[in-house]
Design a protein around this ligand. Sequence first.
Ligand code: SAH
Ligand code: DHB
Ligand code: MG
Length: 234
Amino acid sequence: MTSSAAAHGAAPDDPRSTWAAVDAYFAPLVGEDAVLAAARRRAREAGLPAIQVSAAQGRFLQLLALACGARRILEVGTLGGYSTIWLARALAPDDSLVTCEIDPRHAAVARENLASAGLEDRVEVLVAPAADSLRRLVEDGAEAFDLVFVDADKPSNPVYLDLALHLSHPGTLVVVDNTVRGGAVAGPSGDDPDVRGVHGLVDAITADPRLEATALQTVGEKGYDGFVLARVVG
Ligand code: SAH
Ligand code: DHB
Ligand code: MG
């Protein structure tokens, strides 16, 4: 994103201004190209919320995919396909990425963006509630995925983890976005269904001997949030 913390209302001495400035400083290293910038623009012009991963985070996901040699990637929560493009660019033409999106308007924008990126050959957008799409993949005996990126409705995180594990092999990496939520995750779940979704996810991972995991707090142009990373032991 090019949007600055100032554009989100941060005063100059607000730490969010520094976080956005640091993302801007690292932009040349991250290397978001014109295709990705156009994907953000198309999504914004179509009225989609600008909640995609930052360029630095997209590049991070791409490097994870490259590091685990991913040839099959599963994404839950497509939006306009911005993170999808970063991830799919880690794949060779014969590899595949399946991404799940409930909103047909979002999926239509994503398909346009993926076509502009020349990635439509290796990306399939499944338009339905993601839990339904994932159950269908399990029932159909889909080949296991090497990397799973979970970034949809947060209350469903425990459901997505469970289904992702049915679509995994030893070594599969599961990455979940928005697991810090400005620090709210360290407080009581209370009435916040998003925080409850993180707590349910973390409890499930902690209790599962098949998983080795960590959580990384992040700051940047999207504010203060983070990722949970879990690897299927093997
Ligand atoms: N991964 C994207 C951002 C995803 S935003 C990126 O970084 O570029 C979350 C998306 O999840 C939204 O497009 C929303 O419509 C979708 N979503 C919400 N609930 C869903 C559900 N039950 N099933 C599938 N997608 C869902
Ligand atoms: C928001 C950010 C996200 O990364 C996401 O997946 C959903 C919502 C947000 O800032 O509201
Ligand atoms: Mg997210």
